[in-house]
Design a protein around this ligand. Structure first.
Ligand code: PAJ
Length: 280
């Protein structure tokens, strides 16, 4: 396994790989790797001649400096995991390497960053678009792998590929969960024991909400979810929305011929958790 720290060294190696006719897969991460991440790595390894995993905690997507500071980092353990998976190339740039100067680009994400996460985390998705576009430009992958756990991010990355007219296939990967249903996240280790035991409530509520679609309208399901969290004093529901999976417009009627996704964000003991579930 080769660990690159600079874009230049990485590009030189990738040029040689490309010349040899191998396809290149990219898995961007912010590290603190768990089985959600490794599921992407496994899929990408199986579908490409060469694989690049990136580890970079991207400052421009954190709207809260305290959140950036507290974000879990464990590079040695991450590299051990990737080595054991026989990953050939890892890219671990510094902030200076990715942002030699301030990135002033502002991406037109239309409605996609006005709702849900975008509404609650100002400029978050512009920061994601900045770093993802830089990684795409450096790695020039044939395929890039993103988890459905961050559903809105996945849709925005697809939009970015269209916007920048890139020839990259975005591969969506299913959500990996703990045995009790909690979606795996690097942030889960920040939960104390009590909160960790409460956290599966989020997924359970999504599942129950989906079952209600037989007899409640979408707006009524939303009210029901809100009421469930009112009975959970330690959890603060930031939003629950049922949206379609292309433009993230609200679903008003179950009869609409679109794929419907229930998306949720909850604050639990100072940790922000997101999850989603297809409602079809
Ligand atoms: P990070 O949160 O580290 O996630 C990296 C990738 O792993 C994302 O595509 C995310 O959706 C996926 N992932 C995380 N948890 C998952 C789970 N439980 N099941 C399946 N996939 C999961 O998302 C980011 O980093 C950053 O925003 C990034 C795209 C790297 C840009 O900085």
């Amino acid at each position: 396994m080769i660990v690159y720290r600079t874009k230049n060294d990485l590009s030189l190696h990738l040029d040689a790989i490309r010349k040899s006719g191998k396809s290149i897969g990219l898995v961007p991460t912010m590290g603190a790797l768990h089985k959600g991440h490794t599921s992407l790595v496994e899929k990408a390894a199986g579908e490409n001649g060469a694989l690049v995993v990136t580890i970079f905690v991207n400052p421009t997507q954190f709207n809260d400096p305290a959140d950036l500071e507290a974000y879990p980092r464990n590079l040695d353990k991450d590299l051990e995991i990737l080595q054991s998976m026989k990953v050939d190339i890892v890219f671990v740039p510094s902030v200076k390497e990715m942002y030699p100067e301030e990135d002033k680009r502002s991406f037109d994400l239309g409605n996609l960053d006005k709702v849900m996460e975008g509404k609650h985390r100002k400029d978050h998705f512009n920061g994601v678009a900045q770093i993802v576009s830089k990684l795409f430009e450096t790695v020039k992958p044939d395929r890039a792998y993103f988890g459905q756990k961050d559903f809105q991010q996945l849709i925005i990355v697809r939009h970015l590929v269209d916007l920048l007219n890139l020839d990259i296939t975005i591969v969506a990967c299913p959500i990996i969960r703990e045995v009790d249903g909690l979606a795996m996240s690097s942030r889960n280790i920040m939960l104390n024991t009590e909160d960790r035991n409460l956290a599966p409530f989020i997924h359970i509520t999504l599942q129950l909400a989906r079952e209600k679609r037989g007899f409640l309208a979408p707006a009524e399901v939303k009210s029901w979810v809100i009421s469930q969290f009112e009975n959970q004093p330690r959890m603060k529901l930031e939003y629950f929305e049922i949206v379609e999976d292309k433009a993230l417009q609200h679903v008003n009627d179950w009869g609409e011929k679109v794929n419907k996704v229930g998306c949720i964000a909850v604050q639990l003991g100072g940790v922000r958790l997101i999850d989603n579930l297809f409602f079809d």
